[in-house]
Design a protein around this ligand. Structure first.
Ligand code: MV4
Length: 501
């Protein structure tokens, strides 16, 4: 086993990885930019290395500086987390060349799945159903027209080097196709240095369901079930859950999607943790979308329901160990939800809200997990993704997990910056959400329902509650100090004058 591992990331995921290393008696090395000198992950790690100025292109994206820091500190391996260099094949290669183990799949797997068209070909060869579309990039407008007419509108133009919704363009009719192709290609060129674009049939109001897989370097691989990630805003996931309410109602779907995911990963010769994304249409038919070759943000809900520690498993596999279980040993118990807490203001178009956190009240209790990268006094930098923390709740039933999440959000309190905490409280009360009727159009429809309700009844309770929240927050800012901030007036924010949930 490794003696020392460098964590090439920041924020809550760096903290998560440092925790796993601590439990495994492995020493940890943090890396940090100027803005992160006092960050929580730096405080928690055994050692830390400064890797440059605040912009991530000069620090967290610098392969040379991170590899040099790992060598200097005597690390055996590097965990990349998610984002930054986690799906960069050159980084994985640079680690291996420097004699460091990259805790993730091979550079070849990263490269293959990084090309979304190559991934489609691979999935097809593996026998998995695909969304109708092209397996190679399309650049000629006449070709694009022929293909789109063959598939039928609407279609999605997607960046071949993209993923996660970046560089996606919806096209509803032939007249819009040529301009959209030009836009999508130049956007992809700017974002990924690769202007290649492919075409897919756009599946409306589908569900976005992904399968977690994990395999060792000896050919053993299992799937760990699904996560439902249909609730996204601008291709940013907002709430994830496990099991998917759809799969819970059709349990045979899990085995079928699991088998499809395993056959894709096996044909890629994949090892370590990975996620296969599927779209599921109204007839419960599923189609391969893409594969993510990293640990995902939402891995905690899979951990809560399977009882496994994915980060520990990643580390053991990278060190050459065999998976300590087979598919038959995997079981799923209860239901889990995750809410992503961002430093953003839902009342002004979800604008980022960086600044100093003055106070944090952390939720706790049975079935509650908090993955947080912040502390009171920490200044949330504006340079990075504004994810502050993830709250996950577990209970025997979905209703229980929702009730627990509402209670937990009521206890959670962050002062000094705006957060989206109250936004979740309202979604969790939404009848469509409660009924589990989730689909990719959910957030747009939900926001439309909210605007409609506000227009129909301008002085409804929810409006009144918002005014009250604003008043309480501004009072607290004026009075200041921990005493005033801990005032029980906070508990009025649920509009019922009692303690959260
Ligand atoms: C799609 C799709 C419908 N049809 N592709 C978004 C993230 C990326 N990994 C895949 N995504 C989607 N791809 C086809 N051919 C729907 C989504 C999608 C989505 C789209 C609009 C609004 C919210 C969404 C949430 C999840 C998935």
């Amino acid at each position: 086993m490794f003696r020392k591992v460098l964590v090439a990331n920041r924020g809550e995921i760096a903290v998560r990885i440092i925790r796993a290393l601590g439990e495994m008696d492995i020493r940890s090395v943090a890396v940090y930019s100027d803005a992160d000198r006092a960050a929580l992950h730096v405080r928690m790690a055994g050692e830390a290395a400064h890797i440059g100025p605040s912009p991530s292109v000069e620090s967290y994206l610098r392969i040379d500086k991170i590899v040099a820091a790992a060598k200097e500190h005597g690390a055996d391996a590097i965990h990349p987390g998610y984002g930054f260099l986690s799906e960069n094949a050159e980084f994985a290669e640079a680690c291996e060349s420097a004699g460091l183990v990259f805790i993730g799949p091979s550079a070849a797997s990263i490269r293959q799945m990084g090309s979304k068209t190559a991934a489609r070909t691979l999935a097809k060869v593996a026998g998995a159903p695909l969304v109708p579309g092209t397996e190679s990039p399309v650049s000629d407008p006449a070709d694009a027209r022929t293909i789109a007419n063959g598939i039928g509108y609407p279609v999605f133009l997607k960046a071949a080097a993209g993923g996660g919704g970046k560089g996606m363009r919806r096209v509803d009719c032939e007249a819009d196709l040529e301009a959209a192709l030009r836009d999508a290609s130049s956007e992809a060129e700017r974002a990924f240095n690769n202007g290649e674009v492919y075409i897919e049939k756009l599946v409306e109001c589908a569900r976005h369901i992904e399968i977690q897989i994990i395999g060792d370097r000896h050919g053993n691989m299992v799937h760990l079930g699904e996560r439902e990630c249909s609730i996204q805003r601008r291709h940013q996931k907002v709430i994830e859950e496990c099991p998917s309410p759809l799969v819970a109602a059709h349990p045979e779907m899990r085995a079928a999607m699991g088998e499809a995911a395993l056959s894709i990963a096996r044909s890629a010769g994949y090892h370590n943790a990975g996620t296969i994304e599927f779209l599921v249409d109204g007839n419960s038919r599923f189609y391969f979308l893409e594969m993510n070759t990293r640990l995902q943000v939402e891995h905690p809900i899979t951990e809560l329901v399977t009882g496994l520690d994915l980060v520990q498993l990643q580390i053991r596999i990278a060190a050459g160990e065999k998976l300590p279980f087979t598919q038959r040993d995997i079981s799923w118990r209860g239901s889990a939800l995750e809410c992503r807490i961002y430093a953003e203001d839902p009342n002004s178009g979800f604008l980022p809200s960086p600044g100093r956190i003055t106070q944090v009240e952390r939720p706790s209790g049975p079935g509650v997990r908090l993955d947080s990268g912040v502390y009171p006094g920490w200044e949330v930098p504006m340079e990075y993704d504004p994810l502050l923390a993830k709250i996950s709740t577990w209970a025997e039933t979905r209703e229980g997990a929702i009730a627990r999440m509402k209670r937990t959000l009521g206890e959670y309190y962050v002062a000094g910056i705006k957060t989206n905490i109250t936004f979740f409280k309202r979604i969790l009360e939404d009848p469509e959400f409660v009924a589990g009727r989730l689909h990719t159009g959910f957030i747009d429809e939900y926001l439309r329902r909210c605007r409609q309700r506000a227009a129909d009844q301008p002085d409804s309770e929810s409006e009144a509650v918002q005014v009250l929240v604003a008043a309480v927050f501004s009072m607290r800012h004026k009075s200041g100090g921990p005493k005033a901030a801990a005032s029980p007036s906070r508990w009025l924010v649920d509009g019922r004058g009692r303690m959260g949930g």
